[in-house]
Write a protein that binds this ligand. Structure first.
Ligand code: BTN
Length: 244
């Protein structure tokens, strides 16, 4: 991954740029990386704080031989790759919150946004966008209580170039493994690095809210939650870990 790199001082969103390149036939592994994003996007139609030079805002184009149902699993795969790279380069103990946030000390360090284009039963391309809070010291008030950065976690400035190179190498590792041995091989690592499993969680779904014990992920990457009514399956939505 990263044989073709498109670097921008500023873009609207690296995911948008990557989707344009992908639609125009760019090779698999193409990277879009920017110093800042004017309209960085998060999951569930949220924004993503992307100040100049402080983070790693990038997207990678994959052309996996999978079906559209596998796109959500690509996100879990990516979370394993980035979590490993971060823990190795910085030495901080981050963990994965389902589905795809990387947290340190209960606060968010990385967000992942996966977008897909598919026709019939085949994926045309998948764009995996990652926002890594590397060196910021302050956050806007809306996220000040829930976000942190690797610089705050380590007390040191983090080399974005070294970290990005490691992230790409680890993403390539997990992607290769999935293609050779299936998603389950990477889900095993996801379970080990998860900070969600074994915890009481609260789910804010599209239809209803409920709480329960997060027990596992299934073959689709859905989170399984044990409640008084039985085991619930969550494929999308917002899950918060309860500390009460
Ligand atoms: C989330 O946690 O809600 C996902 C955040 C994803 C942010 C990254 S930054 C690079 C890429 N471009 C975007 O517009 N979003 C992703």
């Amino acid at each position: 991954l990263g044989q073709e790199i498109h670097y921008f001082p500023e873009v609207d969103s690296t995911n948008n740029e990557a989707k344009k390149l992908a639609a125009n036939g760019c090779p698999e592994g193409t990277i879009v990386v920017a110093e800042s994003q004017a309209t960085g996007r998060g999951r569930l139609a949220r924004g993503w704080f992307s100040p100049f030079g402080k983070g790693i805002w990038f997207s990678v184009v994959l052309r996996p031989p999978f079906g559209p149902m596998d796109a959500a699993k690509c996100t879990l795969m990516a979370a394993v790759g980035v979590n490993r790279a971060i823990n190795r380069v910085t030495g901080v103990g981050c963990g994965i919150k389902w589905p795809n946030d990387i947290l340190w000390n209960g606060r968010k360090v990385v967000g992942i946004l996966t977008e897909m284009s598919a026709e019939m039963d085949a994926i045309n391309y998948v764009v995996i966008g990652m926002g890594i809070n590397a060196n910021m010291k302050e956050f806007p008030s809306e996220i000040a209580a829930t976000a942190t950065s690797l610089a705050l976690a380590t007390g040191q400035t983090v080399s974005r170039v070294i970290l990005l190179a490691e992230i790409l190498a680890e993403l390539e590792n997990v992607y290769t493994l999935v293609q050779q041995a299936g998603f389950e091989s990477v889900f095993a690592a996801w379970r080990q690095e998860s900070i969600t499993l074994g915890r009481q969680v609260r789910v804010q779904g599209f239809q209803r809210n409920f709480s329960g014990l997060a027990v596992d992920i299934d073959a689709d990457g859905a989170l399984l939650i044990k409640t008084a009514q039985g085991v619930e399956r969550v494929l999308a939505g917002d899950v918060s870990i309860r500390y009460d």
